[in-house]
Design a protein. Structure first.
Length: 85
């Protein structure tokens, strides 16, 4: 049996803007930042909810100050991606 599947792009946009979805993205980013900082041992890993990234939903983890130097030397953010699962 063949069938055709139609996606409603507006529904996906609405889903991505739901508070639970955005909160989940921020929670994942916070886990990544926590692991990159060694469980809070290093300050400077900052999580930001990117509200203006419409129609996408996004969260960002940035390294500032000493965390930037640590990340450059040890690739801490890349190695911590798995914590976001």
């Amino acid at each position: 049996m063949k069938f055709k599947l139609k996606y409603k792009k507006g529904a996906f946009r609405e889903l991505r803007q739901q508070p639970k979805i955005r909160r989940d993205l921020v929670d994942r980013a916070e886990r990544i930042a926590d692991r990159a900082s060694g469980g809070g041992a290093r300050d400077g890993y900052i999580v930001t909810d990117l509200l203006r990234e419409d129609p996408r939903a996004a969260a960002s983890v940035m390294a500032t100050g000493a965390a930037r130097k640590h990340n450059r030397k040890h690739h801490a953010l890349i190695r911590s991606i798995d914590a976001g699962r």
